[in-house]
Design a protein around this ligand. Structure first.
Ligand SMILES: [Zn+2]
Length: 356
C-alpha cells in the first residue's frame, strides 16, 4: 500500500513538473504581448540642458516641440538623427489667463489663419509626424475651432495627440470624417513637480497600460521629471514595452514617405536569482505562476489524485502553501491599489484639466 502511494506521489510530481514547464512557456508567450507605454515630453525648445538629457533616454521617448521656441528646430534635427518621434506642440488658447506663445490658436480664427499657423509650425518643426496641444482648454473644447484644425491636418498626414487639458474636449469629434488619427493622453507625469510624484504617476501609467493594453503619459523637461524618468526607465518591468505614440495609432504606422516611423525599446528584465536545486526551481516557477489559472485548476486535480492523506505533505514539499498565501496577498493588494488608482485617475484628470 505504502509503495503504491509512493509511486503515485512520484508520478504526480513528474506530472506537476511537466505542467509547470508547459505553463512557463505559456507565460512567456503571453508576455510577448506586452503592455505598451508611450511617453511624450512637451514644451521642448526652451531648455537645452534638460532636453539633452531627454535625448539620452530610450529612443521611444518622444518629444513635442514648441514651434516658436528658440531651440526647437535644432532639437528636432537632433531627435530625428536618433530616430526619435517628433510632435509639434501647437499652442492653443486656454480658458484661464496665461502668457501666450506667439501664434496661439484661437477658436475665432479663420480656417486660412489656422492653415497659415500650422504650415508655419510644420516648417519650424521638421520631421514631425504628430501634433499635440500646448494648453488649449478653450480651443480644444470648441468643436468648430478644432474642426478647422483637423481639416488642415488632414492634408499633412499628421496625427493628433489630445493632451486632454479639459474634460469636454472636442478633439475626437472634430476629427470624425477626416483622415486624421487621434489618440488621447492618459496620465500627466508632473502636475506636481517632485520626483516621488512623477514616479507615482509613472507607476499609474504602467498599471493602466497593463489594464488597457496601452497608455500614454505626458511630462515636461523639469529636473524632477527627468530624474524620475531616468530611474524608472532603467528598471522598467519586463512586461512593459516602451513605444512611440504613433505605434498606438494603427498596426503599421507610417510617415509621409511610407516608411515605418515607430520605434520600440524593450527594457531588459531585472536579474532573477538562480535556483540551486530542482526543488528551488519548482518553488521559483510556482511563485511565478501563482496567478496562472490553468496551473491552479491542474493542481486541484493533482490534489484529488494524491488523496487527502498525502495532499498536505505534497503541497508543503512544493512550498505550495506559501505560494497560495502570497497569491491571495498579492491579489488583495493589487485590487485595493487598482481601486485607489482608478479613483485617483478620475480625480487627477479633473485637477489637471482645471489647470489649463
Ligand atoms: Zn505645453
Amino acid at each position: 500500500m505504502m509503495k503504491y502511494l509512493s509511486m503515485k506521489r512520484v508520478s504526480s510530481f513528474t506530472l506537476l513538473f511537466w505542467i509547470l514547464l508547459l505553463s512557463t512557456s505559456l507565460l512567456f508567450t503571453f508576455n510577448a504581448q506586452a503592455a505598451r507605454l508611450a511617453i511624450v515630453i512637451d514644451d521642448v525648445g526652451y531648455s537645452v540642458n534638460e532636453e539633452n538629457k531627454i535625448l539620452q533616454m530610450p529612443v521611444a521617448v518622444s518629444i513635442a516641440i514648441l514651434p516658436n521656441s528658440p531651440h526647437g528646430r535644432k532639437m528636432a534635427e537632433k531627435a530625428h538623427q536618433q530616430g526619435r518621434e517628433i510632435l509639434i506642440h501647437l499652442p492653443m488658447v486656454p480658458l484661464s489667463k496665461q502668457p501666450l506663445e506667439k501664434n496661439t490658436l484661437h477658436p475665432d480664427m479663420s480656417r486660412e489663419e489656422i492653415d497659415r499657423i500650422i504650415l508655419d509650425a510644420i516648417q519650424k518643426v521638421p520631421h514631425a509626424v504628430g501634433m499635440n496641444n500646448h494648453m488649449g482648454s478653450a480651443m480644444t473644447s470648441n468643436l468648430s475651432g478644432m474642426e478647422k484644425v483637423m481639416q488642415v491636418l488632414s492634408h499633412h498626414h499628421i496625427y493628433f495627440l489630445d493632451s486632454v487639458t479639459i474634460g469636454n474636449t472636442q478633439v475626437t469629434k472634430a476629427a470624425m470624417g477626416t483622415s486624421v488619427s487621434v489618440i488621447r493622453r492618459n496620465i500627466f507625469l508632473d502636475n506636481i513637480q517632485t520626483e516621488a510624484e512623477t514616479r507615482h504617476q509613472l507607476n499609474r501609467a504602467i498599471a493602466l497600460a497593463r489594464k488597457q493594453g496601452s497608455a500614454i503619459a505626458i511630462g515636461h523637461p523639469h529636473t524632477t521629471t527627468i530624474r524620475a524618468l531616468q530611474q524608472t526607465l532603467t528598471t522598467l518591468p519586463g512586461d512593459i514595452e516602451l513605444v512611440t505614440p504613433s505605434m498606438l495609432l494603427s498596426p503599421v504606422p507610417t510617415n509621409k514617405n511610407g516608411q515605418q516611423t515607430a520605434h520600440q525599446c524593450i527594457k531588459p528584465r531585472a536579474p532573477e536569482s538562480v535556483p540551486a536545486t530542482q526543488l528551488d526551481y519548482l518553488k521559483m516557477v510556482g511563485r511565478a505562476l501563482a496567478n496562472n489559472a490553468i496551473v491552479n485548476i491542474l493542481n486541484q486535480h493533482i490534489q484529488k489524485l494524491l488523496g487527502n492523506a498525502s495532499k498536505q505533505e505534497a503541497l508543503n514539499s512544493l512550498g505550495k502553501t506559501e505560494v497560495n498565501q502570497t497569491t491571495e496577498n498579492k491579489t488583495a493588494g493589487k485590487t485595493k491599489s487598482q481601486q485607489k488608482d482608478d479613483k485617483t485617475d478620475a480625480h487627477k484628470t479633473k485637477d489637471a484639466c482645471s489647470n489649463f
